[in-house]
Structures are given as structure tokens and as C-alpha cells.
Design a protein around this ligand. Sequence first.
Ligand code: CAA
Length: 403
Amino acid sequence: MLNFSLTEEQEAVADMVRQFAEKEVYPTIKEYDRQQEMNPAVMPRMAELGILGINIPVRYGGQGFDYVTLGLVCEELERVDTTLRVVMSVHMGLNSMGVLQWGTEEQKQRFLAPQARGEKYAGFGLTEPGAGSDVAGMRSTAVRDGDDYIINGEKMWISLATKAHHILWFAKTDPDAQPAHKGITAFMVEMDMPGVTSGDIHGKLGVRAGSTGWIHCDNVRVPAANRIGEEGEGFKIAMSCLDNGRYTVAAGATGLIRTSLEASLKYANERETFGKPIAQYQLIQQKIAWMTQWYDNARLLYLRVGWMKNEGIRNTREVSMAKWYATDQSFKAANEAIQIHGAYGFSDEYDVERYLRNSRGAIIYEGTSEIHQLMQAGYAFGWRKDKPLRCELPAYDPDFWTE
Ligand code: CAA
């Protein structure tokens, strides 16, 4: 049976997040975007409102909502500001859900619970200066030493690099493994461990009010108890985390399409040329129609993934499709919104120029559009097939989640 309706609870959470973003974040976005600084009030407020643990079971410090709710939250956040959704992508999608999937019970209590309560912020250390799409080309190493591992390496383009307390760090425990991806292991690196340093990157095209940076590990001693999964499982853990991160990116980019559409509708009704509102010109209407089509398609694609996650169905193909589609279309929607706004769209007096800049990064991070096209072709030809994992993302079980 197909059911496209949302529950009252899901709508109430989306409404709460919309109010928060509109009232508490929107008024100062331009200021923080210009300063290239993250609004320091944002993450504590997201924690206070329960957003940082929205879909984590209550027993692990979360709010106990389902995966569809997470998507709706991300859509509402990015409708107002991409930097808010990026927080959810790394803290929740790439880290917390990974611990929910792969962590031991002890690790869930030690790492996941404080993250879900918003006492600790979480990040994801996969990308390196010389390894982005080619994950297995990473140089970071972890060498076993008694009950510890000694980690060395450098991560780059890391969201929340200077804000997070816990980083899910990927390193090679077997640099000679063939194929190379089998030599990677995952660790929870705590940012106050001796030898960890980090810094912010400025001068980005978009997400300027967000935190993006680098992290170095210089002989960092990490207890084996912080290893997530088994040695050699790191690549699969990273990819499964990306299945969750990509979901949040897809839902967020859907929100960016929606806000570009909303801004365009408002402006087209107000602005007059040749004696009538530009909304009455068919070439403007065509752009509006495209945006509505992109929004509906993007929303359906991410909601399908949310439903699959709730049911415990593997969704690597579907989430790749949703992320690829929504991010490409969000860039196009923001571009059309600028065209509708004419010269005003070119200035930061209006929001649409920021939407265009903010839409651009998501076409690169969490899998470039080119990587997603390769994946989709692989599935279509039958070369790419998903294998069952040792630990699957748990299906949403309301009793387990809320008790
Ligand atoms: N979940 C679990 N396991 C998976 C998986 C998934 N989604 N996808 C693949 N695997 C497993 C496979 O089953 C396979 O297992 P076996 O060793 O048992 O055979 C293994 O992983 C290797 O898989 P592939 O053969 O598919 O790997 P590949 O070398 O063909 O490459 C790729 C895959 C699609 C290119 C992949 O490397 C990829 O997605 N690259 C993009 C990386 C990316 O998205 N980086 C983003 C960084 S994070 C970020 O941007 C966040 C931020 O802070 C801004």
C-alpha cells in the first residue's frame, strides 16, 4: 500500500523547525555570511530543541522520531539556511547514524547519547587533501600499539572541523591491502586528544556562515575501544554513513529549490515591467513551472528514501539518485531565481544570490554528480550490486525508538 500523507507528529516537528529557522536564524544570516563566521547560537539552540538527536532512539538520548522526520527537518533547515542543514548532514547523517548502525552498545552510550542530547557535536573525517572521490587513496594511518592505535594523517574540507568534539576518522590499518579499500578502519577521534589540531578554511564560494576546515592527527593515541567496527571495515562504514549523509543533503537541496521558488513567486508578483507584474509573462511562468517540477520530483525521491530507511531496506541506489537529482536541480532553481530577480538577484540585497552560492558545494561533497552518474550507470548495467552488510541501519521500530 502506498501512503503519501505525513503524520501529525511529522508535520509538527517540521513546523517547529521552520519557526526556529525563520525567527532565530534568518534575521542574521546575511551578517554571518558576510563575516564568514558561524552564528555561535545556532548549534546550542539546535541541541536545546532536540534537533541534533531528532531521529535517534530515546534510549540513546534522542527524540525518537523516524527517518522521514529527519528528511523533513533537513528540508526546513535548508529552506532558510544551508549551513543549518550541513550541521545535520555531518552531526547526524555521517556520524550519529553511523554509530547507531555500527557501534557497540557501550559506544552508543559513550558517543551517540551525548551527541543526540547535543552535549557533543560530531563530524566526519574522510576526505583528505589528495583523496576525495577516491576514498581508498587516503594516506591517513593507524598503527596498533597495545590497547591503542597511533593515528597520523590530515583531513580536509571537514564540516565542523573546529566545532566538533568527536570525529569519525578513517585511516589505513593495512596500507598494503589489495584492493586498497579493505585496509581502512574507522575510529572515533576525540578532538581534545593530544596531537589533534584543526583550523577553519575561509574564502569559500558558499556556506560561508558554516564551519569548514582541516584536521591534523600527529601521533594521536586512540584507545582500541574507540574503533568503530572491525579492522578493515572502514570503507563500508564510510559508504554506509554516506548513504545517510546523502539523504540529508537530498532533503536539504529540496528545501533550497522550495525557497528559490517561493522567492521567485513573491518577486514575480511584485515587480512590474511594461505596465504589468512579470508573473504575467509566459517566460517567467515557464521558469516557475520548472521549479515546481524540480521541487516535486526532489521531494518524492527523498521521501522514498526516508520510507526505505524506516522499513530497513537498503537504499544506496535510491539515495544516490535523490542526492544527485536534488543538488543539480537546486543549483538550476537558484540560477532561475536570480534571472527572475534580474539585477536585484545579482546583489545580496535579496537572498537568491546566496542560494546560488550555497547550492554549489552540494554538487561536489558527499559524492560529486559525476560519481553518482557512474553509480547509476553501474546499477542500470548490473555491474553494481549491493551486498548485505554485517550491520545494517536499523529499521524504524516505534516501540524500540520511544521506550
Ligand atoms: N554501504 C556499505 N558498503 C558499501 C557501500 C555502501 N553504500 N557501497 C559499497 N560498499 C562496499 C561494497 O559492497 C564493496 O564491498 P566488498 O569489498 O565486500 O566487495 C566495497 O564497499 C567496495 O565497493 P565498490 O567496489 O563499490 O567501491 P568503488 O571503489 O567502486 O567506489 C565509489 C565506490 C562510488 C567511487 C565511492 O568511493 C564513492 O562514493 N566515492 C565518493 C566519496 C564521497 O562521497 N566522499 C564525500 C566525503 S564526505 C563529505 O563530503 C562530507 C563533508 O564534510 C562535507
